[in-house]
Design a protein around this ligand. Sequence first.
Ligand SMILES: [Zn+2]
Length: 256
Amino acid sequence: MGARPGAPGEGWDSSPPGGADAVPAVAPRRAVGQNARMAGSRGAADRLVGLLLFLPVPVVLWLFTRAPLGVGPSLALGVALMLTHRLYARTWALARADRRCLWCGAAAGDGAHRVEVVEPQDRTAWRACSARHADRLRRTLGWIARHRLPVLAGIGGAILLLALGGPLAARGWLGPVSFEDLSHTFRALVALTVLPLALIGPFSRDPGPEPPRLPFPVHIQSLIGTSAVMWLFRVVGAIWLAQGLVYWIGKTAGGR
Ligand SMILES: [Zn+2]
């Protein structure tokens, strides 16, 4: 079934057991306790800041799909947020790649489980907190690497379709195709891409090539953890697909 768990941590038992040199045995233990507490509070702070840095992602999706400011301004603001997000979020994520688990977002402990990836512009190294999370991560990233082109076409194509077609449709330059049509097509394309990824990827049998070559950078998923992103994909993907079905069935039945 699952991968054999890796060797458990060796612990921090570096001091000699008992013996005449008993004095230093207390200090390292206290220092370890302090280190663990510091790592714990740092891990919690990382989680909170990571969540805040992730918030532009749903805001961009809301701007893209709902166009609350009107089509042109909403899409322009969404694209601007998307392009600038990398500047601060990637810097922050890479600075913590060594100490956070890329699967769950928790502290990566001694960093024994290293996961290398080839991103579009960089080759980077991340960590997992346990052998189990490293395994899930490798299977998910391996699935994405094996389906690089469909994933790239599904997400990239959806963004291009809406960013380029949205303003034209809003002006009535695409004939019967409305912005609403494009918004639902965008959602359906994204859903049909991320649902198989999140439903199959983490459980695929083959971890794939090492290091996986990915179509998109991984710093976004590192902000809240890949596992949380998979859950978002499953929930939002299912909702968007259902919304699309209701919309197109209603539209067809209404004869509009
Ligand atoms: Zn983990």
